[in-house]
Design a protein around this ligand. Structure first.
Ligand SMILES: [Zn+2]
Length: 504
């Protein structure tokens, strides 16, 4: 049995100005990894390729890896990057194989296609109409008909933070490969609901997604082959943005339809719990300051965390808006560690000055955000260069465990008791290694500020005593009225009043 494993993964924020070129898919290498190099990096890791490799090895398959291309969320994918990745996958399939295991995100928009994954699958079907294809998708997938119509089995994550990427791919891979041996006959149905769940309300520790994902897992334990509820990605103005469900059963379309409808009904019933309530920034920072002034309870030590969630790089944020940090400095919070700002020019200026030097820099606010009415501005800061680093550290938390995180060239600016990590490659801070690799012990600080939304929970929830969500500025705004939706199907909740999940 010859199996092709490939990754083409990107969550596209159509409002983001951050460029998505081939370099962004390359993970700090000259080009995206492939072949034995990719196998060496991903085997045994908490990632989709890691799960697929395990499945293929269990079945004793011969494995080809034409490309592992995963880019951090950002604006629409450049056409030449997209065509490069697609060509690698098409060429590997054209050379002949028995099955294809695809690690896709499910919300990839390119300059030319609103459904990047569906376009890939259409082209695959043109050359391999009967090839068994497994697709592992992110919970934030915006599902299009062409994805489902051209895949054999689909499985999505059940967790957010995504700590089950490897087991999702393992499930999809095992399903597909066992069907090749005649052990099951996958049949698949899907559907969506006219709703755009807010990302800040999608965490699986919280109602209502906790119960939805628990129910999906229970359906699998009860005999469905794979049940996936995609909360979708609302920062994408594409026709099929929003919540959807895919159910795979063993040749039982009636059961698949019934389970799909049950989950869609449950999600629709809970739609108001997926709406996020925004609080003014000054009030949030004042609340955090007051919490930090209280002595911590003995059973809940650790810092107060201020979450700059409008500018989460893993939702396409520029990671350089300054509003939350400016408010923290204005209100005089002390003993703060900040992660982080994407500002390669600032890093270069600090590197040129050297460790220990006093510098004045214009931090952040540099990337223009034409999709928003408001624009962030650079923050003029004077401080000391505390540390310089190559920005690499090993991921140790359940998400991405086994992989090397790459922040690019990194510098720490100290302003009194405030330490700011400034990086040259976008990463979301979900692993405390982002601080510790820079000599900052997060548990020893009174306050942390993170540019994150939900993924921080995987590494930081155990370390902090309180979390205060701060509405700053950015292209993953928590206020949908700040951006213009012109392509998404209407009516859709909560942009419009909708009375039934059938869109009436
Ligand atoms: Zn996701």
């Amino acid at each position: 049995m010859h199996v092709v494993i490939a990754t083409m993964s990107h969550e596209t924020n159509t409002f983001s100005p951050v460029i998505t070129d081939l370099d962004r898919f390359s993970g700090g290498h000259d080009l995206p990894l492939a072949g034995e190099a990719a196998r060496g990096v991903y085997t045994g890791t908490a990632s989709c390729p890691g799960g697929y490799l395990q499945a293929a090895e269990e079945f004793g398959a011969q494995i080809s890896i034409p490309i592992i291309a995963a880019a951090p969320p950002s604006g629409p994918v450049e056409d030449d990057a997209y065509e490069y990745i697609v060509e690698k996958i098409l060429t590997a399939v054209a050379a002949g194989c028995d099955a294809l295991l695809l690690d896709l995100h499910g919300a990839m928009v390119t300059r030319s296609f609103e459904d990047g994954e569906g376009e890939l699958l259409r082209r695959l079907r043109a050359i391999a109409p009967d090839l068994p294809i497994a697709v592992a998708l992110d919970m934030h997938a915006n599902l299009f008909p062409a994805i489902v119509d051209n895949a054999t089995v689909i499985a999505g994550y059940h967790t957010y933070p995504h700590v089950d990427m490897d087991t999702t791919a393992l499930k999809a891979g095992r399903l597909l490969l066992s069907s090749l041996k005649g052990e099951c006959q996958p049949t698949m149905v899907w559907g969506n609901a006219p709703m755009l769940p807010h990302v800040m309300r999608q965490g699986t520790a919280d109602h209502p997604n906790r119960e939805l994902q628990e129910r999906a897992a229970a359906m699998e334990a009860d005999g469905a082959l794979a049940v996936s509820l995609f909360t979708g990605f609302p920062h994408a103005d594409v026709s099929q943005a929003g919540l959807s469900v895919v159910v795979v059963t063993d040749n039982d379309p009636e059961l698949a339809t019934r389970l799909r409808d049950e989950l869609l009904d449950q999600a629709w019933e809970d739609r108001k719990a997926f709406v996020y309530q925004v609080e003014p920034l000054a009030a949030s920072v004042a609340k955090a300051k007051a919490l930090g002034d209280e002595p911590p309870a003995a059973d809940r030590p650790g810092p107060v965390l201020l979450l700059d969630h409008y500018d989460n790089t893993a939702s396409g944020g520029t990671m350089d808006t300054t509003e939350v940090l400016a408010e923290i400095l204005k209100q005089g919070l002390e003993d703060v560690a900040v992660f982080g700002f994407y500002d390669p020019a600032a890093v270069e200026a600090m590197a040129a000055a050297g460790i220990g030097a006093e510098v004045t820099i214009e931090l952040g606010g540099k990337l223009r955000m034409p999709a928003l009415q408001r624009q962030s501005r650079p923050l003029r800061l004077t401080g000391r260069v505390k540390l310089l680093s190559d920005g690499r550290f090993p991921a140790t938390v359940a998400m991405s465990r086994g992989l090397t995180m790459n922040m690019g060239k990194t510098a720490v600016l100290s302003i009194g008791s405030v330490d700011i990590a400034i990086i040259s490659r976008h990463i979301e801070p979900f692993d405390p290694g982002c601080f510790r690799s820079l000599g900052i012990e997060p548990t020893a600080r009174r306050f942390l500020m993170l540019k994150s939304r939900i993924h921080y929970r995987v590494g930081f929830t155990p370390l902090v005593r309180e979390v205060v969500e701060c509405a700053g500025l950015g292209v993953c705004t928590s206020d949908y009225s700040e951006v213009e939706f012109t392509h998404v199907r209407r009516p859709i909740f909560p942009l419009d009043g909708v009375n039934t999940r059938h869109g009436v």
